[in-house]
Design a binder for this molecule. Sequence first.
Ligand SMILES: NC(=O)c1ccc[n+]([C@@H]2O[C@H](COP(=O)([O-])OP(=O)(O)OC[C@H]3O[C@@H](n4cnc5c(N)ncnc54)[C@H](OP(=O)(O)O)[C@@H]3O)[C@@H](O)[C@H]2O)c1
Length: 369
Amino acid sequence: MSEQAKIKIGILGATGTVGQRFITLLADHPFFEIAALGASARSAGQPYPKAVKWKQTSPIPACVKQLVVRECAPEGFEDCKIIFSGLDQEVAGEIEIAFRLAEHAVFSNSKNHRRDPLVPLIVPTVNPSHLSVVTAQRLSLSPALTKGFIVTNANCSTTGLVVPLAALEKAFGPIDKCLVTTLQAISGGGYPGVPSLDILDNVVPYIGGEEEKIEWEAAKILGGILPDGKGFDNHSHSPLTVSAACNRVAVIDGHTECVSVSFVNRPAPTPAQVVKAMEEYTSLAQELGKEKVPSAPDSPLVVLEDQDRPQPRLDRNLQEGACVVVGRIRECPVLDIKFVCLSDNVRIGAATSSIINAELAVAQGVVHV
Ligand SMILES: NC(=O)c1ccc[n+]([C@@H]2O[C@H](COP(=O)([O-])OP(=O)(O)OC[C@H]3O[C@@H](n4cnc5c(N)ncnc54)[C@H](OP(=O)(O)O)[C@@H]3O)[C@@H](O)[C@H]2O)c1
């Protein structure tokens, strides 16, 4: 796509942890151009560098330095065909609906619309086919929309879990039980997050709402679409039970998850078969290629052999934080197979997923450009 044909996009919650990641990931994007930034009334009216507490290791990109932060209302975003939302969940629900109503394609990181039976909940390297349900979503509204829709991506710890689960189901058929214990990074709670005196030298065995999100989101993502295209089957062909135990740990970025699964089909796969299945797993994004889906990882999963990996500090930057890193694949004496997975919660767990979802939507003509 030529420079002139770039698609203008807006970022809501642009001053936050996820919003800042959107900016670093989109600053040099081959066919998206950041045209407008939105945040709360506290930030609106100020030049972006003044409004933001910039916490990235690279400087604020030149392309946003002159932008003045706007309030999160569609009036300031008319040129933007695509809206990426990193809004706080307290306000995301209504604001995202207003943008949909104004015929924007909204890609949200917030939890508010994930349970809507006509809103796709998409992990881009798992269930991009769910994008097709936006047609039913548009038609369900009164008046029906022609361009506007909301697509959400998953909770950050759900994302890290479902990519390996998708690879396993693709190779070995349905999983019926999954136990997952998470070790979640501080940045997952946004800035400034848990106070340092609560998290240093400590593990906090509770993250509000997190366990419930993992437990129900996995089935919507790993399930199919209803035969009439008007919703999702939530894995009803083979019920999937997930039990999650979530912990906040003193890591800045990168959620680690210790996972055990059992399969419906017998015999269960061996660890060597699981390694092969994960290494060979690919998704639509890899099939379409980098020209159409430039933010996708080369492979959705990277399997490490060393017995003490993955580790967040060492492995979260693999493939620009867009893949899920897996290790310690072995037999489980209670279920069938256990492993450890690591995902960058702010990249593939949030901003990168939204961007890949939007790239896929453009590639498939779901966003009208
Ligand atoms: N952090 C992660 O790893 C992660 C991963 C997946 C999903 N998420 C989800 O992504 C969303 C953003 O998370 P975050 O970690 O980036 O949070 P954050 O750092 O607290 O940022 C929140 C953003 O929302 C804006 N905001 C707050 N109140 C507003 C209002 N009344 N009107 C308009 N904008 C308002 C803030 O603007 P001001 O600066 O002006 O206050 C800021 O830009 C949340 O829904 C979160 O659950 C986060």
